[in-house]
Design a protein around this ligand. Structure first.
Ligand code: BV8
Length: 241
């Protein structure tokens, strides 16, 4: 059983103005690899080649090989107890806002509605000619790199480095962070901006800032409470299973 302060328990029970920001660590116990840290995807420093528009223009097949492998892997993953605890808590407290950097769709699969997805969705693709995006859950894809009916290349409908976040998503998330009483930063290394600015926005406006992670991050010294535990263990304890 994870230990929480009385203050945190009281804020969770009140349930007024709770915002949760999740990162790759939220899905680690579902079997989805994280980006940084021990088994991180980007240990070999290939982020520039795999998660940028320039990398895609240079070698669309190499980028799609990576995204296709993630789509296939994630299609076999299920939401964990942490995703389910957040979904149930959101049902009981409809004003709770869930903001995610993840593109794996596991919050929606767990039943969370109204997820603010800052970095897009692995199971949506976008035509590189007209920019229109659509859901595409085919696993595996029929060809790599996949093409639109118009013949143009399709790209993953995710936000790459150097790209702007989806219209309105950051504004909605920032407004929620400004108004919340309790901000939970869960399973994120807190290094990717502008998402990483959200906890600081909440803290500056007087929210109680809590970090749930298995290790310290640059956010830890700023947090009011750091819970060093896996998300799938801490969240059911904190929010109720
Ligand atoms: C942008 C693609 C405007 C989708 C990703 C200052 C201001 C603005 C921008 C910048 C800035 N400084 C630098 C920038 C540029 C850049 C940036 O932030 N770079 C960083 C690296 C310094 N930001 C951008 O480019 C953003 N765009 O700002 O546009 C602009 C335009 C032009 C020029 C400037 C600005 C776009 C950012 C989005 C990039 N796309 N991914 C995909 O393929 O997935 S980001 C990538 O990192 C993922 O999306 C991921 O979501 C994100 C954050 O990583 P985390 O989720 O935190 O995952 P990570 O592996 O790092 O950490 C996991 C954590 O979990 C660890 O702490 C670990 O301990 C913990 N953990 C592990 N197991 C568990 C656990 N915790 C709990 N339980 C467990 N079981």
């Amino acid at each position: 059983m994870t230990a929480f302060s009385a203050r945190l328990r009281e804020l969770v029970e009140r349930g007024r103005g709770v915002v949760a920001l999740t990162g790759a660590g939220m899905s680690a116990e579902s079997g989805v690899p994280t980006f940084r840290g021990q088994s991180g995807f980007w240990e070999d420093g290939s982020v520039e080649d795999l998660a940028t528009a320039a990398g895609f223009a240079r070698d669309p097949r190499r980028v799609w090989d990576w995204y296709e492998a993630r789509r296939i892997q994630i299609s076999r993953c299920a939401p964990n107890a942490g995703h389910l605890a957040l979904a149930r808590y959101g049902e009981m407290h409809p004003e709770m806002r869930l903001v995610t950097q993840n593109v794996d769709g596991l919050h929606a699969a767990a039943g969370s509605g109204r997820v603010i997805a800052l970095h897009g969705d692995l199971f949506r693709v976008r035509c590189t000619r007209d920019g229109l995006s659509r859901e595409d859950r085919r696993v595996p894809l029929p060809e790599i790199p996949p093409r639109c009916g118009c013949g143009a290349l399709l790209r993953p409908d995710v936000v790459w480095f150097g790209e702007l976040l989806p219209e309105g998503a950051m504004e909605e998330a920032t407004e929620a962070a400004r108004r919340c009483e309790l901000f939970l930063s869960i399973g994120t290394s807190a290094v990717v901006y502008p998402a990483a600015a959200l906890p600081e926005v909440a803290k500056r406006r007087g929210a109680y800032l809590v970090e749930i992670n298995i290790e310290e991050t640059p956010l830890s010294p700023v947090a009011d409470e750091v819970i060093l535990a896996p998300a799938a263990e801490a969240l059911p304890d904190l929010l109720g299973a």
